[in-house]
Design a protein around this ligand. Structure first.
Ligand SMILES: Nc1nc2c(ncn2[C@@H]2O[C@H](COP(=O)(O)OP(=O)(O)OP(=O)(O)O)[C@@H](O)[C@H]2O)c(=O)[nH]1
Ligand SMILES: [Zn+2]
Length: 365
């Protein structure tokens, strides 16, 4: 077995422990992250109040820091170098308002005195902790404290398991159910549901007609957008792209739409609403993500490639304006024989959003 191959047990264990850690962080419980002999206790910043901060401080002897991403540190003007993670401590002990201020760009709390902040580079163990908060779709910021033994009752999760989570989850995708779902404008449609073995993020394929798998298939990778797809929000173009793709596939006779559970370019709906709040205050769609401490785009396309493989699709004509989708599919072994432009009319609410994607993210519109 090569060092990059993992047994089914290792993969199951990794997925399960990360899923449990995600659930703990989301309900405001501390977890232990283990990297070799190093251990840190961590608690997601989101929701930290005076009581939980005090409880966290009493759980060990070490210094309490707020770990934030390099993106968030730069947004705060705290990063003097281009590191990926930073640890922030105060000359006095941190208060709940400080934690909120450091973590949440939409917060109105003003710390009493943050002039004496000590900023240091975070290590990969804190980086893994922050990745865990991202996987939990929380703000990527956490209270951290080095500890020297595993405390009773707290869940322990390994750095390497956190780092492998997305890949393992995608590799474990399986078809779990399917049914005929006639659609307006495409009555011959079928939905296929995919789920990883651990019960993690689900994704769906919508098959229009009977795609000929010996030829390149007309495919759209559509990232979930509750506001655009369901509510008809005018802030983006997702609703038109979704319905437009179904229409185009129906006209072409067949096609496959993958509906990927990556709401808000992978930051989740709650954070997307925060990003919208920041955009109303003047940031563009990319800078708003960075203010939140997220990357401009957190999506991965291994799940999409895996789903296509499970459906027997090898070659695609990809309906997209996003060059990353084209290169990512190719990278994961799906041949993109053609990119099909997928542009719809702009409106006064989404023109800035679409222009930012074209200018800053290289979208081809
Ligand atoms: N973070 C964030 N996500 C957004 C914003 N506006 C829309 N989204 C999300 O962006 C994603 C858009 O998905 P897609 O239309 O599949 O992707 P795309 O990168 O625009 O590429 P193509 O449409 O294929 O050209 C959805 O997950 C939306 O929820 C925003 O302002 N901030
Ligand atoms: Zn949208």
């Amino acid at each position: 077995m090569s060092p990059t191959q993992h047994t089914r047990n290792e993969i199951d264990h990794a997925l399960t422990s990360v899923d449990r850690a995600i659930a703990d962080l989301r309900r405001g419980a501390a977890v232990v992250v283990r990297g070799g002999h190093h251990l840190i206790l961590m608690l997601a910043s989101e929701g930290v109040g005076p009581e939980s901060l005090e409880q966290f401080r009493l759980a060990g002897e070490g210094d309490v820091s707020v770990a934030i991403t390099g993106k968030r540190a730069r947004a705060l003007g705290l990063a003097d170098a281009g590191h990926d993670f930073y640890l922030i401590r105060g000359s006095r002990s941190l208060q709940a308002d400080d934690v909120e201020y450091l973590s949440d760009p939409t917060s109105v709390s003003q710390p009493a005195d943050m002039t004496q902040l000590k900023v240091s580079q975070g290590a990969s163990i804190e980086g893994a902790g922050l990745l865990l908060t991202k996987l939990a779709r929380l703000l990527p910021a956490a209270l951290t404290m080095p500890i020297d033994h595993e405390p009773a009752g707290a869940l322990v999760v390994d750095v390497k398991d956190i780092e492998s989570y997305k890949t393992f989850g995608a590799q474990q995708l399986r078809i779990v159910s399917q049914a005929r779902v006639p659609l307006e404008g495409a009555e011959q449609a079928r939905m296929v549901a995919f789920r990883p073995g651990d019960g993690g993020s689900e994704h769906f394929a919508i098959l229009i007609g009977e795609p000929d798998l010996t030829q390149p298939v007309l495919v759209r990778l559509h990232s979930e957008c509750f506001t655009g797809d369901l509510l008809g929000s005018l802030r983006c173009d997702c609703g038109s792209q979704l319905r437009g793709a179904i229409e185009a596939m129906s006209e072409a006779g067949s096609g496959i739409m993958l509906y990927l559970g990556q709401e808000g370019r992978g930051i989740g709906l709650v954070n997307k609403l925060r990003a919208y709040q920041l955009q109303d205050a003047g940031y563009d769609t990319i800078d708003a993500n960075l203010q939140l401490g997220y990357d401009e785009d957190e999506r991965v396309y291994l799940p999409a490639a895996q789903m296509l493989k499970l459906l027997g699709v090898k070659q695609v004509k990809l309906m997209t304006n996003n060059p990353i989708k084209v290169s990512a599919l190719a990278h994961h072994g799906i041949e993109v024989t053609e990119r099909v432009r997928h542009v719809f009319a702009m409106n006064e609410h989404n023109v800035g959003y679409l222009q930012t994607k074209a200018v800053k993210a290289g979208h081809l519109i």
